[in-house]
Design a protein around this ligand. Structure first.
Ligand SMILES: Nc1ncnc2c1ncn2[C@@H]1O[C@H](COP(=O)(O)OP(=O)(O)O)[C@@H](O)[C@H]1O
Ligand SMILES: O=C(OP(=O)(O)O)[C@H](O)COP(=O)(O)O
Length: 399
């Protein structure tokens, strides 16, 4: 981790009010119930540390991407009960993240008490990184703590600019462990090092794939993005996902992999379907031989075997993006096979890091959360960190 930044362990919070940026951007169902509380649970150690020092905690976060002011749908009060249950404590709520009430509630906080502020993104000044807005937030606390790794790639008021107004600014335990685990993969990984990339879009992941070619021994590409590779080679992909404007790029990536001596594995067979539906008619097709009217929605049995073998023989594994439409049980076998191999490799001593919202959801769906080395709470943040970009939320904590 960046040796210039301090963590919560370097300070005592006794008698202090800590303004803590967390990433409580969690998924909600139609009734506004939290469907995955991983990010809430992940913030608990930092909160507990501050409270046990004798401090109080003011939590601030965004939820979703509200447009144009306060919007009930994106209120953080939807997560309040979940947070209280996780902490086993009462949490106060400020219905506005700045203003008189927030100031009064913060000022009245006693040691051991927690206040949650309403969604920061109800103000456009948050994403704009407005200094005046940042100053108002800063006035609520004595010490700034950033534990929002999932949002550390954003240079927003609460993730970066606010730090300018504090002498004491530190990272929380989650931020610290996210950075340390990413570094295990980035710096001197044990070999063989295998990266598994999947998911829907090449365009989202192109930078990281290029960067990884300098580091990995094996690169496995599955999921929706693999069909653009197949099409670029002259194959037939039917109605499978295609990013036509990225076809040239896939050829360049293949050439780069070859030049760097990286083994590139693409699916050799696919589970196909007539429709994007769990119960639609299914088939199997070799890669590059998917008939018109069919789409590839998962990797096939032979691909699963090949990928699993490579993964099981690896000592460092990075996984980002599912192998198929794992949300539907008919198309989750490729993703499950990769997850199984990853767990086996981890049991045999490999270090496995899983990043990306959907890969983490897949790991949790299969009940493997505790069986892999580290599941990152970051999607975009992890990828940008791995691409070698300096995360604004981390940079802001430097003295
Ligand atoms: N063959 C495919 N066709 C269509 N969608 C796919 C396919 N394979 C994977 N996906 C979809 O890709 C999505 C995940 O992509 P992405 O957001 O890039 O992953 P992550 O969040 O792990 O980074 C999932 O919703 C999954 O259903
Ligand atoms: O969920 C998040 O990012 P992710 O979807 O990349 O994991 C973060 O909370 C950042 O949210 P944003 O992408 O709206 O800035």
């Amino acid at each position: 981790m960046n040796s210039r930044i301090k963590s919560v362990d370097n300070l005592s919070f006794e008698g202090k009010k800590a303004l803590v940026r967390v990433d409580f951007n969690v998924p909600l169902d139609a009734n506004f119930n939290v469907t995955d509380d991983t990010r809430i649970e992940a913030a608990l150690p930092t909160i507990e540390k501050i409270l046990s020092d004798g401090g109080s905690v003011i939590l601030m976060s965004h939820l979703g991407r509200p447009k144009g002011g306060a919007d009930e749908k994106f209120s953080l009060k939807h997560i309040l009960l979940d947070l209280e249950k996780s902490l086993d404590r009462k949490v106060k709520f400020a219905p506005d993240c700045i203003g008189d009430e927030a100031v009064q509630l913060s000022a009245a906080l006693k040691p051991g008490e927690i206040l949650l502020l309403e969604n920061l993104r109800f103000y456009k000044e948050e994403t704009a990184g407005d200094p005046e807005f940042s100053k108002k937030l800063a006035s609520l606390g004595d010490i700034y703590v950033n534990d929002a790794f999932g949002t550390a790639h954003r240079a927003h008021a609460s993730t970066a600019v606010v730090a300018d107004y504090f002498n004491d600014k530190v990272c929380g335990y989650l931020m610290q462990s996210e950075l340390e685990n990413a570094d295990k993969v980035l710096e001197k990984p044990e070999r063989p090092f295998t990266a598994i990339m999947g998911g829907a879009k090449i365009s989202d992941k192109i930078l990281i794939i290029e960067k990884l070619l300098d580091k990995v021994d094996n690169l496995i590409i599955g999921g929706g993005m693999s069909y653009t590779f197949a099409k670029a080679k002259g194959g037939k992909i039917g109605d499978s996902l295609l990013e036509a404007d990225r076809m040239e790029l896939t050829k360049e990536l293949e050439a780069k992999a070859k030049a760097k001596g990286v083994n590139l594995y693409l699916p050799v067979d696919n589970i196909t379907s007539k429709e994007f539906a769990n119960d639609a008619e299914q088939g199997v097709a070799n890669s590059g031989e998917i008939p018109d009217g069919w789409m590839g929605l998962d990797i096939g049995e032979e691909s699963r075997k090949i990928f699993a073998e490579v993964i099981k023989n690896s000592k460092t594994i990075l996984w980002n993006g599912p192998m198929g439409v794992f949300e539907m049980s008919s198309f989750d076998k490729g993703t499950k096979a990769v997850a199984d191999a990853l767990v086996e490799a981890t049991e045999n001593g490999a270090f496995s890091l899983i990043g990306g919202g959907d890969s983490a959801a897949a790991i949790n769906k299969f009940g493997y959360g505790e069986k892999v080395s580290f599941v990152s709470t970051g999607g975009g943040a992890l990828l940008e960190h791995m691409e070698g970009k300096v995360l604004p939320g981390v940079k802001a904590l430097e003295p």
